[in-house]
Ligand binder design. Structure first.
Ligand code: 4AD
Length: 466
């Protein structure tokens, strides 16, 4: 009938009280036959537990047993909270637990493939330890991902996935508060939704099908279905053979689609409100998490403005040109050009978050609306954090005949998207929307260098496990 206390809730005010806790064996430190220390960890919080020989509670055998516990084993402990006179190193909680009873619920294997303490070190700490002649193994990315359930136990990783959870929650809450309806579109579809061949093909009971490259077609159809404004959080599948720091074969898409009254800037206005609110909330609500990430992977907090900077593609090209970078004014931006432009924008406008719009039509998907005043360009945009794309969005073509024409011109088999095009024949309002990559938002907000760090179980061309 005793209540459980969470490790993170063990504080001074519980002094002298008996508590029941469950956690993992973080470290053990035998001192003598009469004394052993045990640090217990739960969800990133750690507390030092003291096991002292005591005729009423702790036998010599128990002291020995505690010292021999394998790291990461799950233990239940009944003990009394005490407050030591000095600061406790190596634990997040500044109280101790004087152990009365200890029970191992489930033991971990004696030698683990990843040592959590090593996996939690920053590059600077590793360098220092190596210089001082410490025997230490650098935990490489593949080892981390192979043993992900261990790897995610480090403070930085715990924080990353709490931040990721917040990003999804803020996205959902913000849009619900603005009257958007959350929808769930099928991930098994007949053909490509973005154009291009980067799809995972499969057999659907004798029909050829694929995994959805985006909810693009069905979110637009939902606008035809009179929902006005919709959003979705769901998996997105891309079969492209890219081995980069920012491409996955499966990622989580945050998608939005909405009616437009006059101008595609209404969609950019939404990006502005939504993301400024998101960054403000993250900085406020996830302070501890951001600190934990920064402790292992040094980064500066994101520079952004209360009103998000908007530049046209032409202005961007000009800025690059002025800086001596020649690029095709009607081509897409390379990763390097995007990075460079990010630097130039930071120097000139003091922001690391901005919108680039009016892209050349030729580099955008078939459903993108050309600019009314100059159809070489389009009513589309990309959004960047620290010089890397996190969002792409646009106004869509809502006239069915023109949509079919654009699809054909882009080499798409119109038969595979016939029901989509038909949806626009029954009355369809002007509309636009955007797609955000969740893992990219977290990666770039936290200044991380690889998208695999922000995907819990990443899928890339070589990785299908765990
Ligand atoms: O730029 P993308 O391909 O755009 C679309 O899917 C459109 N349907 C969006 C729209 O509404 N117009 O993907 C949108 C975002 C990108 O900006 C990027 O953040 C992320 O999804 N993304 C990826 N993330 C991880 N791995 C990949 N392979 C990604 N491809 C795109």
């Amino acid at each position: 009938g005793k209540h459980w206390t969470e490790v993170g809730a063990l504080i001074d005010s519980l002094k002298d009280q008996e508590v029941l806790i469950r956690g993992r064996v973080h470290t053990t430190r035998p001192v003598s036959g009469k004394l052993a220390f045990l640090v217990v960890r739960d969800r990133g919080f750690t507390v030092q537990c003291v096991v002292t020989l005591n005729p009423d509670y702790i036998s010599r055998q128990m002291v020995k047993y505690v010292a021999s516990l394998n790291r990461e084993s799950i233990v239940d402990i009944v003990g009394v909270v005490s407050v030591p006179g000095v600061a406790i190193k190596g634990a997040t909680q500044q109280v101790e637990v004087q152990v009365r009873k200890l029970y191992c619920v489930n033991k971990a294997m004696p030698t683990l493939p990843i040592n959590i303490e090593d996996a939690a070190r920053s590059e600077a700490e590793i360098e220092k330890a190596l210089k001082e002649g410490e025997q230490l193994v650098r935990v490489n990315q593949d080892t981390r991902l192979n043993y992900r359930v261990l790897d995610v136990r480090t403070p930085a990783n715990q924080a990353i996935f709490r931040i990721q959870s917040q990003v999804g929650a803020i996205f959902r809450q913000f849009l619900l508060s603005e009257g958007f309806v959350e929808i769930h579109t099928p991930k098994l579809i007949a053909g490509s939704s973005e154009g291009g061949s980067a799809v995972f093909k499969l057999d659907y009971k004798g029909q050829s099908a694929c995994l959805a490259q985006s909810p693009q077609l069905h979110k637009q159809m939902s606008i035809c279905g009179d929902f006005g404004r919709v959003f979705e959080i769901g998996p997105v599948f891309r079969a492209e053979n890219s081995f980069t720091h920012r491409h996955l074969c499966e990622f989580t898409g945050l998608d939005v689609e909405m009616e437009i009254k006059k101008h595609y800037s209404e969609v950019m206005d939404l990006v502005d409100r939504l993301f400024v609110a998101m960054f403000d909330t993250l900085n406020e609500k996830c302070k501890k998490e951001l600190e934990a990430v920064a402790k292992q992977y040094q980064f500066e907090s994101l520079k952004y403005k209360p009103k998000t900077l908007r530049l046209t593609f032409e202005e961007g090209v000009q800025m690059l040109k002025d800086a001596g970078v020649e690029i095709d004014p009607l081509g897409d931006l390379s990763t390097e050009a995007e990075r460079k432009l990010g630097q130039l924008v930071l120097e000139k406008y003091d922001t690391e978050f901005y919108i680039l719009h009016r892209y050349p039509l030729a580099v955008r998907p078939f459903y993108t609306m050309p600019c009314h005043d100059n159809p070489i360009y389009s009513n589309s945009f990309d959004v960047f954090i620290r010089g890397e794309e996190i969002i792409s969005g646009a106004q869509r073509v809502h006239v069915p005949e023109f949509l079919a024409e654009r699809a054909q011109a882009c080499g798409i088999d119109v038969a595979t998207i016939a029901t989509y095009i038909d949806s626009f024949r029954y009355g369809a309002p002007p509309h636009g929307g955007l797609g955000v990559g969740l893992e990219r938002v977290v990666m770039l907000f936290c200044g991380l260098n690889n998208i695999r760090k922000t995907s819990l179980y990443p899928r890339d061309p070589l990785r299908l496990a765990p």
